[in-house]
Design a protein around this ligand. Structure first.
Ligand code: UDP
Length: 239
């Protein structure tokens, strides 16, 4: 248990599908999955109500399949199904370590998980369950970033935490450019105007319209989620 009380009552964590891949080129690295689940458990045990959105890029991404000749909408539905697989994987990893969860899919799949029902999701959160929102917004031509933005607004989240492979937003790609500098804070407008691609533009403008801050941090180091949630460590805030 941390000494300082959490600064947020309810947050949404967005993790890309690629973050679950580890060093593999496809699919789920169960070691990374379990480590991420431990980080999430730590935050839930600190008393924060947690919503979770996991992408599907480790399995299928609509745009890349469309680039190889598949119809875009068809490919996007495959991408949405990939996010359901990741959601189920994370549900399993969390329940194994004693965290209560519910998966709600924007595409109803009654033998697999609950359909997305806003009021039911709110009730789960109040009861301390992690709600994993799968299938994005349930429509093609969107991303799970937009799904995360939409759900964070619907659930009344205090912030959206975007867990990535880097510890914030930089002036350039820090893996390629050693002179790249990290922003401490940014406005939504700067992100859009500079085309910083923290989230896609529709997700960023939805966050702006609903005045929900975005916190970009590294999900790679064990324990970092709770640390950043408590205002410690390294991250970029967009507000
Ligand atoms: N997708 C979609 N509608 C949504 C959310 C996702 O069509 O509301 C599809 C889209 O093809 C996308 C894929 O699902 O490429 C996986 O989601 P995303 O690319 O956001 O995953 P991430 O990059 O976070 O791993």
């Amino acid at each position: 248990m941390p000494d300082a009380p959490p600064r947020y009552k309810r947050v949404l964590l967005k993790v890309s599908g690629e973050a679950l891949m580890g060093d593999q080129s496809f699919g789920i690295d169960t070691g990374v999955l379990d480590r991420t689940a431990e980080d999430i458990a730590e935050v839930v045990k600190s008393g924060v109500e947690l919503c979770l959105v996991i992408g599907g890029g480790n399995i299928f991404r609509g745009v890349s399949l469309a680039g190889r000749g598949m119809e875009r909408a068809q490919a996007d539905y495959m991408g949405m199904l990939a996010t359901v697989m990741n959601a189920l994987a994370m549900q399993g990893a969390l329940e194994k370590i004693g965290v209560y969860t519910r998966v709600q899919s924007a595409i109803p799949m009654e033998a697999v998980c609950e359909p997305y029902i806003r009021r039911r999701a709110l009730r789960h959160l109040e009861k301390g369950r992690v709600v994993i929102f799968a299938a994005g917004v349930g429509a093609p031509f969107f991303t799970t970033d937009t799904g995360a933005a939409l759900r964070s607004a619907e659930m009344g989240c205090d912030a959206l935490f975007k867990g990535t492979s880097v510890d914030g937003v930089y002036t350039a790609d820090p893996k390629k450019d050693p002179a790249a500098e990290r922003y401490e804070t940014l406005s939504y407008q700067e992100v859009l105007a500079k085309d910083l691609r923290v989230m896609d533009a529709s997700a960023t403008s939805m966050m702006r319209d609903n005045q929900i801050p975005i916190v970009v941090f590294s999900i790679r180091e064990r324990g970092n989620f709770l640390k950043v949630l408590n205002g410690e460590g390294v991250y970029t805030t967009i507000a």
